[in-house]
Design a protein. Structure first.
Lengths: 373, 160, 354
């Protein structure tokens, strides 16, 4: 090899680095192909497919009751909300009216799921920027929610509590009291999240003005959920297209306009307060009644196309069912929030530092099985 | 003066952060949230609805309630339940009825969705609350739920 | 140059009684070396245990509590495991430098350790430029990190090593200048003299405002020098995996690990010597028993170590450019101003003496 010392010795070179599939910051088996100049990121290319399980294809094989449990395995941190999306889609297609009780219980559990997801996210966000202790504080509070789920639904994460037409069984007698206890407990702990991390000068310096996504970009990349709302794009499905019991509760859509990492962080903290408010409004007013409406043992949807969207902890989850009148769907497509949110990463990250990328990834709140399905 | 107020605010926020962790450190003994798992295995009580694994309860006469209708097998999304059945002559009526030979349950394939238990018309299978079912050999996870020599409880009939 | 070697006079005298002078000198040196190696290993293991336990309490966990009473032997068991592990390495590494790197760190830590006074008589190497020696030696460690990161032929390790380089070069200044502030007050570079000058009140009280500022800067810069959170960019696990020691395994990794903790001990010890009177007891309550100096010294050092652990388990990590901003825009100007302030205070005799 010829040495061209005089010419090239002071030229900086871009280099290529693989972040993942096994890397602490990618939250699963996501692979990022990074091009870096020193510490500055020149290009980010997410490489997907490491945890693809062809859930959509499996849905074509299964009956509508069986589809529900597969959605647990997509965005496992909002498992209940995924279940709800499929059930609502099937119920709408059948023209089935579920009892009021079901709607309220579904909403409460969905908000608890959102809280659990955001608590985990908060812990991991802290860990990604280097404050390891937040992880355990987040998990401490999440544990209470998981206990509520375990007592009522039978599982902590992949609950599969919904069935088309209602719920699998009624809530546990302790459910209301436990939920109230949790709300009271968490109202004292949530301000601590702020004093420990939000107010911290290092954290603010790390997140403010970093990874900016403008409103135009947020819309054109199809982002949704907290990522889009941090850029000022009002897109809360619970507000715009209320489902279940969201039409009867008062809550504010958490909306910030900065579009940086810190705004995305604050949207989720704000959402936790809103979720607590929603639970408080509903928990005392669970109507009496059946916990499900009877459906046929074999559910057959009418011919046609049906779409239902819900707001998961990560954004808008759409379920698109194409039915040809048989007992299983002809095609089922999930519009997952994580996939669209991840697509905006390159726009945010190019030009910033390696440490910022990790913080950005944390605020995108990626669940890789949700992206790959 | 932004320079000095930055320093002041910075130090103040850092100290408030330290006060939070410091408070937990002082009360650490009272607020431990973790458990020493294998030590408390015997005393650990799961919730009643916890989905541990599917079991088939037998009474003292070694009788179960499974009619062999295969609804659980149909409801299972993953094929974790296989029922091997036969037709036997009912002693009371003299007719040929369905009876299970083996109710095979693959725990390794089960996703704990609970559809089989919802589908069972005679409540023959239910959830047990045991946990940590991992094993060194995967053949251990394939279980025959009905005990050897067991037969159906008298009076339990298919509703068809 | 006359370097007094005054560690426990009795052993010294006895050795020279039973042996001829040259043999006794060699035996004496070997004994001291063995003692320090033992201390290096034991203190390292103890600090690792302490860190894990304290981290656990901050995080509402129990921490290691199985091996021995309260898990005190856990780190020894870990060390035994690490000794028995295979030393893997990369084929394309620069083998010589790759294997050399951990020893740089250890040698640097051991040399710094040698000038620390554990008590009045328990002082292996009381050099007349002690503080200067400490600053100089503590810079050698970074060479080990740089070599280790570069030679392991791993991009993550390389990024970590380069970060370590810029970090240490920058924060060396602050450590040095904050130490100089105290040297202005003490009027000596010799560690034993610095400590004896604190008989009339520890320097953090004697020097009041500039000494407190110097102490804060010293703790911040010292934390950065040891590459610990919030300045752990070198091994930022969420960014770089394991940073510069990604490719090291077994005992080679353990050397890096132990050296990090010993460096923390050294920084805390320097802080104790300069600001909290070293082995001196508070208000001179146990001055008659010199051996209790060890106790006071360790208490103070462990207190400062605890403070550094508290930092680590509370704060997020800085970004690499903010790390430099903090040093060059905040710590360095304040430090320079602080030295002038200290000089004025010493000049006008405004120190607080008891």
């Amino acid at each position: 090899m010829e040495t061209t010392f005089e010419k090239n010795s002071f030229k900086s070179e871009e280099y290529f680095i693989n972040m993942g599939p096994q890397h602490p910051a990618t939250h699963g088996v996501l692979r990022l192909l990074l091009t870096i100049d020193g510490e500055i990121i020149k290009n980010v290319e997410p490489d997907l497919g490491y945890i693809h399980r062809s859930i959509e294809k499996m849905c074509e094989r299964d009956s509508y009751q069986q589809i529900v449990h597969l959605t647990d395995r997509m965005d496992y941190l909002s498992a209940h909300i995924n279940n709800e999306a499929v059930c609502l889609a099937v119920e709408n297609a059948l023209g089935l009216e579920v009892p009021e009780r079901v709607k309220v219980i579904r909403t409460i559990i969905a908000e608890l799921t959102r809280l659990a997801s955001h608590q985990l996210w908060w812990g991991v966000m802290g860990m990604d920027v280097g404050a390891l202790t937040t992880y355990f504080y987040g998990f401490r509070d999440r544990e209470m929610i998981n206990d509520i789920f375990e007592e009522t639904c039978g599982a902590r994460l992949t609950m599969n509590y919904n069935i088309p037409g209602g719920l699998m069984f009624d809530i546990h007698p302790n459910f209301v009291q436990r939920t109230k206890d949790f709300v009271a407990h968490f109202k004292t702990k949530l301000p601590e999240y702020d004093t420990l991390l939000t107010g911290n000068v290092i954290f603010q310096k790390r997140t403010k003005g970093v990874g900016i996504l403008t409103k135009e970009d947020a819309i054109s990349f199809g982002t949704s959920g907290p990522v889009a709302r941090a850029s000022g794009y009002s897109c809360d499905v619970r507000k715009l297209h209320p489902y279940s019991a969201y039409d009867r509760v008062n809550f504010n859509e958490a909306l910030f306009t900065e579009g940086d990492t810190f705004a995305r962080y604050r949207v989720r903290i704000q959402e936790m307060w809103e979720s607590l408010a929603i639970i408080e409004q509903l928990i005392d007013n669970i109507p009496e009644g059946d916990y499900k409406t009877a459906t046929n043992a074999v559910i057959k949807l009418p011919k046609g196309e049906f779409y239902q969207k819900v707001e998961t902890a990560r954004g808008e989850l759409g379920v698109f069912i194409v039915s040809d009148g048989k007992k299983n769907p002809y095609r089922l497509k999930f519009r997952s929030p994580g996939f669209s949110n991840l697509s905006a990463l390159k726009k945010m990250a190019v030009g910033s530092k390696l440490g910022d990328l990790v913080a950005m990834m944390a605020t995108l709140d990626i669940v890789v099985p949700d992206i790959d399905r | 003066m932004g320079y000095f107020s930055d320093i002041y605010n910075g130090i103040k926020t850092l100290l408030t952060g330290m006060s939070v962790t410091g408070k937990y450190f002082i009360n650490a003994r009272k607020e431990i949230i973790t458990q020493e798992f294998p030590n408390n295995r015997d005393t650990l009580k799961m919730f009643d609805r916890f989905r541990g694994e599917v079991v088939m309860p037998h009474d003292e006469n070694n009788e179960h309630r499974c009619t062999g209708c295969q609804k659980c097998e149909l409801a299972c999304p993953n094929g974790s339940i296989e029922i091997i059945w036969d037709r036997v002559i009912d002693e009371e009526t003299g007719k040929k009825i369905k009876a299970i030979d083996k109710h095979i349950y693959h725990l390794s394939m089960c996703t704990m969705c609970g559809l089989c238990i919802e589908a069972c018309p005679t409540d023959a299978i239910k959830w047990s609350q045991n946990f940590s079912n991992s094993a060194y050999d995967r053949t251990v996870l394939t279980k025959v739920l009905n005990k050897p020599g067991s037969k159906i409880m008298p009076g339990v009939k298919d509703k068809e | 140059m006359n370097i007094p070697l005054s560690i426990t006079k009795n052993i010294h005298d006895w050795l020279f009684e039973v042996m001829s002078a040259p043999v006794a000198t060699v035996v004496e040196k070997v004994l001291i070396a063995v003692a320090f190696l033992g201390f290096f290993a034991l203190a390292g293991l103890l600090l690792v245990y302490m860190e894990r336990r304290i981290a656990a309490f901050f995080q509402l966990r129990l921490g290691p509590n199985r091996v021995g009473p309260q898990g005190i032997f856990q780190t020894i068991a870990d060390a035994l495991k690490l000794v028995s592990k295979e030393l893997t390495g990369t084929v394309k590494a620069d083998q010589f430098l790759y294997k050399l790197a951990p020893y740089f760190l250890i040698v640097a830590s051991l040399m710094a350790l040698s000038v620390l006074p554990f008590s009045k008589e328990l002082h292996a190497f009381d050099i007349n430029i002690g503080v200067f020696f400490l600053i100089a030696i503590s810079s050698i460690g970074v060479i080990g990190i740089l070599i280790g990161g570069w030679s392991s032929n791993n991009k993550y390790a390389l990024i970590g090593a380069m970060r370590s380089g810029l970090q240490t070069v920058s924060y060396e200044l602050s450590v040095g200048l904050s130490i100089l502030t105290i040297v202005v007050l003490a009027g000596s570079l010799q560690i034993s003299e610095i400590i004896e000058a604190q008989r009339n009140g520890w320097f953090i009280i004697q020097g009041h405002i500039p000494a407190v500022i110097a102490f804060m800067i010293f703790m911040i810069a010292g934390t950065a020098e040891t590459n610990r959170a919030p300045f752990d960019l070198v091994e930022a696990e969420s960014e770089l995996g394991a940073g510069f020691h990604t490719e090291y395994s077994g005992m080679n990794f353990a050397y890096f690990f132990l050296a990090e903790f010993i460096n923390m001990f050294i920084i805390a010890a320097i802080g104790t010597i300069l600001f909290f009177g070293g082995y001196l007891s508070p208000f001179g309550i146990t001055e008659s028993i010199p051996l209790l100096g060890v106790f006071w010294f360790m208490i103070k050092v462990l207190g400062l170590v605890f403070l550094m652990m508290w930092f680590r388990w509370t704060f997020p990590r800085l970004r690499v450019d903010q790390l430099l901003t903090l040093e060059w825009k905040y710590l360095l100007p304040i430090n320079l101003f602080n030295i002038v302030l200290m000089a004025i205070i010493v000049w006008l005799g405004l120190t607080i003496n008891f």
